[in-house]
Design a protein around this ligand. Structure first.
Ligand SMILES: [Fe+2]
Length: 377
């Protein structure tokens, strides 16, 4: 390890009830906020009304852009930027799952830029610092509240990829586990598997470092001890709190260590077949771990020992498979549409992905084909 760069939100606030600090944090950043969320859940649960009242109490006016869909499109970001300008906002408050946070971060980062988001999606560096964003996750999964990227989809080309840049890091992350209490069981399972995958991939990535290792180990320990409980009983506050912290720690780890081949493959597979990101991650993880065994075996073995599975690295693969099964999150890729015919379309974006480039075993075309073949065998 020669170099180490750590990234995260400028301020990270964690704990039950901390969402009520959003008003005072927002007041430090401006007088008018654009609240960015998904289309229904936050409105139905009363969370947006509570947030608006909390902002008003702190003297911050707000408008709502509740138009973020699953696997959000470039068009949604551009419409959010228009709302930001037409409402004369100073900051974004993004509240929701990974999609809402990614869109909110992108609206804030690109607010001062004249070009449409497609310009930056094509790889052009985002200039400047953007506008401030406060991120409040309502799922325990992506860690997007502390990461410098935003995953978006060009729907016309079925292309899913990240835009990246320092300006995508939120100013403030407020992680309130109470916001996850109403997350339904399937979303709890999928987002938890995303967090687990991110922690395991960061742990063995070529960017792993002593700080990210520490974050990953604590993240994995927490997820292992609480994900089944959070899915079985969403009102289990202790499990929800542990999952929220586990997810945050995985996000902090990946912000410096990056990810691996699961995420390199998950984006094209998710875009082609419209599959939930976390479910795809959980289904791919055991296959990628087998692929990586020769490069990452000792670190998998260290995790196996930490979880009380013995000293055999392959025990960790079995443990992940059993967890995915117990959560009812199995995925049959062939039944979802994956076939030999699609492989030529999946290989190039997988090889181009920054995640794949951080995989512990180098990824080449033959390796991706070998792995895809195991998914449809
Ligand atoms: Fe992920």
């Amino acid at each position: 390890m020669n170099h180490l760069t750590l990234r995260g939100a400028k301020e990270i606030i964690f704990g039950s009830g901390t969402r009520l600090q959003t008003g005072q944090q927002a007041a430090l950043l401006g007088g008018r906020a654009l609240i960015v969320s998904g289309r229904t859940a936050m409105q139905r649960s009363g969370t947006l009304a509570e947030l608006g009242a909390c902002l008003a109490e702190a003297g911050v006016a707000s408008s709502i852009f509740a138009e973020v869909e699953a696997e959000p499109s470039l068009d949604t970001v551009d419409r959010g930027r228009e709302a930001f300008h037409s409402q004369q906002c100073d900051l974004v408050i993004a509240i929701g799952g990974g999609s809402a946070l990614d869109v909110g971060k992108a609206i804030a980062a690109l607010a001062p830029c004249p070009e449409p988001v497609s310009h930056y999606f094509a790889g052009v560096e985002i200039p400047g610092q953007g506008r401030p964003c406060i991120a409040l996750p309502t799922t325990s999964g992506t860690g997007a509240e502390v990461t410098p990227n935003s995953v978006l989809t060009n729907t016309a080309a079925a292309e899913k990829a990240s835009i990246r840049g320092h300006c995508l890091l939120p100013e403030v992350a407020i992680v309130d586990p109470e916001l996850t209490l109403t997350c339904p069981p399937d979303q709890t399972a999928f987002s938890g598997l995303d967090a687990l995958t991110q922690a395991i991939e960061s742990y063995v990535s070529t960017g792993a470092n002593p700080v990210s290792d520490m974050l990953c180990e604590e993240s994995i320990r927490r997820i292992a001890g609480s994900l089944r409980r959070a899915v079985a009983d969403g009102s289990d506050r202790e499990a929800r709190e542990s999952m929220a912290l586990g997810s945050l720690l995985a996000g902090l780890a990946l912000a410096s260590a990056r990810l691996g081949l699961v995420h390199g493959l998950a984006h094209p597979l998710g875009a082609l077949y419209g599959l939930p990101h976390g479910q795809v991650c959980g289904a791919l993880l055991p296959h990628v771990m087998v692929y990586n065994m020769r490069a990452a075996g000792p670190k998998y073995a260290r995790l196996a020992r930490m979880l009380g599975l013995g000293a055999d690295a392959s025990a960790l693969v079995g443990w992940v498979e059993a967890l995915v099964h117990d959560l009812g999150a199995q995925l049959n890729f062939a039944a979802a549409g994956l076939s030999e015919v699609d492989i030529p379309a999946i290989v190039p974006p997988t090889l181009a992905s920054g995640s794949s480039r951080h995989n512990p075993r180098p990824v080449d075309e033959a390796g991706v084909r070998e792995l895809l073949a195991t998914l449809i065998a």
